[in-house]
Design a protein around this ligand. Sequence first.
Ligand code: PLP
Length: 395
Amino acid sequence: MKPTLQRPVVPELGRSRMVGTPIMPSVVYAADDPDALDAQYEGGGAGYTYAREGHPNADMLAQRIDALEGMRGGMAVGSGMAAVTAVLMGLCRAGDHVVGGNQLYGRSLRLMNEDLPRLGITTTLADPTDAQAIAAAIRPETRLVLIEVVSNPTLRVADLDGIAAVCKAHDVLLVVDNTFTTPRGIRPAEHGADIVLHSVTKLLAGHSDVTLGWVCASDPALMDAMRVFAVTTGMTASPFDCWLAERGMMSFDLRFDRAETTAERLAAHLAGKPGVTRVLYPTRPDHPDAARAQGLLKGHGCNMVSFEIAGGRAAANAFARGAAGIAFAPTLGDVGTTLSHPASSSHRAMTEAQRASLGMTEGFFRVSVGLEEPDALLAEFDAGLRAAAETTQSG
Ligand SMILES: *Cc1c(COP(=O)(O)O)cnc(C)c1O
């Protein structure tokens, strides 16, 4: 094809095929004529028109996550919070009521506590480890229940099957944010979730270089409603980000398994150390939800470990500085291990008493385990613990 005007020259591939996914950043797509465009809008023809309404890289990414979750027709959006918002604001109207888990991701809690009530949607938070507590929160006008399977940062495990039964009995939609557990740990649709969502930013993309989300409803009418809302409010995922995420997902299973194995080892290692007052990992026998985790996660755990050290903020500061090879950064799911301190980051808006009631003291840390060589990683934690111990001895 010869170059004409300001139009792309698309190479002929002949009898060869691509083995990598191409990036298609085009915002607009040309149609042959008005009839062709009509057919496309009426769903009779395949194709794209304008990237905010959908583009090939978003679709390729969404299909890959659909396959992992065992669902169909999911949508990629610009962030995990866009996915949460597409559900809550795309499916609820003023007068509706929403039940949320009481330890949801911080921004999801903010939506529940601040933004939905402002728009006339009332909300109740309840403990998702107790299906009866969720049942008690449901009202005649309840539209949906939003939970995470493993909570952040205390790693409590929701009674997913119990809550699914409650939702079915009350004809209420069950929405599961599967970011922490990932489809490697659990496929919520198989447990009765009507809608599943992800922050793709975290383990699925896995390299801390994109923010993206994904959401899928098993009912196509619900999916349409969310899609229209996402297109209208501009939740578009960038083609380049979708491409990066798809590339990251090629190694998702391997990364998850490696991080999970190391996380188990780290939890066992920390549990035996002086100065460590508590270790939380969902499948450890001393975890309050260990039996449920074994059943739900089918032998899997997760890549997250939380722990508490003695000595308060001074020891926490010393630990973070002493474990210098570990990024002190409030994210999760990266190839590198990251350490976060809820009291100074994700849960800083709470009072100390509120945090204490959830078990989050000044010495409490959450670790997202990455792909480092495990012995080298454990040595970093040991260095952090030695530094923390010095502060408690000298102070
Ligand atoms: C990070 C996260 C989100 C939000 O995702 P973003 O991509 O940061 O917008 C939602 N839920 C959970 C459980 C998360 O960890």
